[in-house]
Write a protein that binds this ligand. Structure first.
Ligand code: SF4
Length: 636
């Protein structure tokens, strides 16, 4: 195999916990390569929390790459943990972090390699329990047949409750025929969804109901939300890999949740309300983390880091404590304004590499529709400021295929790029801009969940427009995401349980690592849809109506459905909504339903007002491109 370092473990921070009686063992699995999965903070947080429990043991596994898998099968070696190289069959629970739909076939492959039947209904009492968590689980129906339980929302508290329940079940004798009983008890834990406990009913091909089979199983499954991030300063000992991975740096989460209300952004909607970590705790986590790991770079993570009320102080302290030339600070997901460029300048004094902005749409009209309220003058002000301070390259992120998008909106992307290059050239003749265009996929629990996604042909036509329009624009480079991969993501994002056989068909016919362009097999997915009588048009391109039962209606992300519908109507009316942190509440349900209000240290908007999110100052070192899954990208 090419990269054995993917499988040896032994990282600084790795644990080899004791297993045995009275201990519930979890194999936390990321269904992609080690390089992509290792930095995942959610997985590392749960790894530590479970290992701190006297009744818990957690180890990690990642999808074996295609060079190792045939060897495992030939030698009859099961999927194994990287920590102790124990076979997956020696654990009680295998739990997957799902952050991308195209990894679903890898989940099936890992289950098969683990020696567990891929369908929940075929598992015996002493088979592994199969759980999933992560953002994709807000519509788990396409994979419902393959999993025993699904965790919705923050995992910090609920993993303890699941561990305690499974411990008692083990004590009673795992082989005493109680798996069904265990699943029923799991279904009663708030935030845990057990698909086999629910009956799905269709009429005339349409979903009409997903209802519990038993009276003691909840009708609606509420997500879990931890109230105070200060209680959870994890990971305390972040893993330091011995081989190259994406985001190879210290990460400190500064807050969870977002209230800017970008209508295309599922993460922003499902993680409300905003919960900030105290600035003092952030500083401690940075200084202790840098000291322990030896990293010379720290990323302050969140969905919109410049909105962190303690940002200036934390950044200044970090730079002062560590010395700017020794430690760099990356601030993913910032606003587009001069304030953030100012922070960038402070942080990247020595190394001016690339700067990334995400205006998402090329015209003000389109940005009002998606509620990304960045005005042109703010963007150009930020760009001007960055070029004048020494940056020479800039990356701009956009979406195409958005609701109500016209050709004028699409071409607005090219115009914005040309204007940015022109601004840059007033400072440096080599100034350049890379425009990265992704196809829009409507996601559950967003106001766009009712929108019919653009076809592959329409996305290709729009990309063609942009290619033609930027062909002769000096200094503008265009990159785009493969519209065919966008279509498959669309199928799996809003599908129902009838897609299970489609995913299984793709996996059985060799479709793994579908996130990777060299393995992505579009024709196989279409073949699988046809073989299972699933109509692509019905699943992807059709607009949904207000009264339609959606496959995730029995789950709750805390958001009222009528709020989302009203927001969808406002989008069509090109009406933007201000950030509810600084304006009156719109009663979306996220705070009121959980009795948790936004926890922010500052009561006033940060400098820069409430402009939309959108700058990624990235890493001063940069992410090694060859390690990122690539269903991307054309280059023109
Ligand atoms: S409940 Fe109100 S304040 Fe809380 S996230 Fe929703 S709109 Fe904002």
């Amino acid at each position: 195999m090419q990269k054995p370092a993917r499988y040896i473990g032994c990282e600084d921070g790795a644990r080899v916990p004791a297993h045995g009686d009275g201990i519930v063992s979890w194999l936390l699995t990321y269904p992609d390569t080690y390089e992509i999965g290792l930095p995942n903070q959610g997985l590392q947080i749960l790894y530590e929390i479970i290992n701190e429990r006297p009744d818990g043991a957690a180890e990690r596994a990642y999808s074996p790459w295609t060079d190792l898998e045939p060897l495992l099968r030939r030698e009859r070696i099961p999927l194994f943990s990287v920590d102790s190289h124990r076979g997956a069959d020696q654990f009680d629970i295998i739990a997957f972090n799902l952050s991308a739909e195209l990894t679903y076939t890898n989940v099936l492959n890992c289950l098969d390699l683990a020696g567990v039947p891929i369908r929940s209904a075929d598992r015996a009492d002493d088979d592994l329990l199969v759980g999933v968590g992560g953002h994709c689980t807000y519509n788990p129906e396409p994979i419902a047949d393959f999993v025993d339980f699904v965790v919705l929302g923050d995992g910090e508290e609920v993993v303890g409750e699941i561990t305690a329940l499974v411990r008692e079940w083990k004590k009673a004798g795992k082989n005493s025929g109680t798996r069904e009983g265990l699943l029923r008890e799991l279904a009663k834990i708030v935030g845990v969804y057990v698909p086999s406990m629910y009956e799905v009913r269709y009429e005339d091909g349409a979903l009409v109901e997903i209802a519990p089979r038993h009276a003691d199983v909840p009708t609606t499954i509420e997500k879990r939300t931890i109230a105070d991030l200060a209680d959870w300063p994890y990971p305390k000992t972040q893993l330091v890999p011995m081989t190259e991975v994406v985001h190879d740096r210290l990460s400190v989460e500064v807050f969870r949740g977002c209230t800017r209300g970008c209508r295309f952004c599922q993460a922003g909607m499902i993680t409300r309300p905003v919960r900030e970590r105290p600035a003092e705790q952030v500083r401690t986590m940075i200084s202790e983390g840098l000291q322990r790991t030896g990293y010379d770079e720290v990323a302050l993570t969140s969905l919109s880091t410049a909105d962190f009320s303690g940002i200036e102080k934390v950044v200044t302290d970090t730079v002062t404590d560590a010395g700017c030339d020794q430690v760099s600070v990356a601030l993913p997901s910032l606003r587009v304004d001069a304030f953030t460029v100012g922070i960038a300048a402070q942080l990247q004094r020595a190394r001016r590499t690339g700067l990334t902005f995400a205006p998402e749409a090329g015209t003000w009209r389109m940005r009002q529709v998606i509620n990304k309220l960045i005005r042109e003058e703010d963007l150009y002000g930020a760009v001007e400021s960055a070029f004048s301070q020494g940056w020479r390259r800039m990356k701009l992120y956009f979406l195409t295929g958005l609701p109500t998008e016209t050709d004028e909106d699409t071409l607005g992307i090219a115009e914005m790029a040309r204007n940015c290059v022109a601004l840059g050239k007033t400072h440096k003749s080599s100034a350049s801009v890379t425009v990265s265009v992704g196809g829009f996929v409507p996601k559950p629990f967003t106001p766009f969940q009712w929108f019919g996604q653009n076809t592959v042909a329409e996305l290709q036509r729009k990309i063609g427009l942009l290619r033609d329009d930027t062909r002769r624009a000096k200094g503008v480079q265009l990159k785009w995401h493969d519209p065919k991969a966008t279509l498959i993501e669309g199928i799996t994002s809003r599908g129902d349980r009838r897609l299970g056989p489609v995913i299984e068909y793709v996996w059985r016919n060799g479709g793994v690592f579908q996130e990777w362009s060299e393995h992505f097999d579009y024709d196989l997915w279409l073949e699988a849809m046809a073989a299972n009588d699933c109509d692509v048009d019905w699943y992807v391109h059709r607009h949904r109506t207000e009264d339609e039962v959606l496959p995730w209606d029995h789950l709750s992300a805390g958001l009222h459905k009528d709020f989302l519908w009203q927001d969808w109507r406002d989008a069509l009316d090109e009406l933007g909504l201000e950030d509810c942190r600084w304006t009156p509440c719109y009663d979306c349900g996220a705070c009121t339903g959980y009795g948790i209000e936004h926890r922010v240290a500052s009561a006033t908007p940060p400098a820069g007002g409430s402009q939309g999110t959108g700058v990624d100052l990235g890493s001063t070192r940069g992410v090694p491109v060859e390690l990122v899954p690539r269903t991307e990208v054309g280059v023109s």
